[in-house]
Design a protein around this ligand. Sequence first.
Ligand code: SF4
Length: 123
Amino acid sequence: MTKPSPLTAQWDWQLNARCRYTGSDLFFARQNEGLGERLRRERDAKEVCSQCPVRQRCRDHALTFAEPFGVWGGTTESDRRFQRASPSTDTPRMTGRSSVKLRVSPTHPRPGMKERRMPAVLP
Ligand code: SF4
């Protein structure tokens, strides 16, 4: 899918983004980022998103245009891949409140939650 046109009306929602002045380091992986570091960064980014007034619009954008990288609208790239792979989801809408019920990947901690280790599988 092609990206939305450069009309300001398509992007004005970003003016109210909570991450507007935080910099992108929290939302996008840096080179050679370790797994634990990534999970902590994504958890912290999701915490910022959880208080953002345009979270739903941001999430809709990321799902509609299949943003391949970063945390958008409280979803990580793997959350969105998981969402796209699920055959039972609705198509996200571009305006208004979304009807999309986001399924978050079970491997990602929710904001404010500590990472949980999966129990070891014994033979
Ligand atoms: S939902 Fe998160 S990534 Fe999207 S604009 Fe808000 S703070 Fe930024």
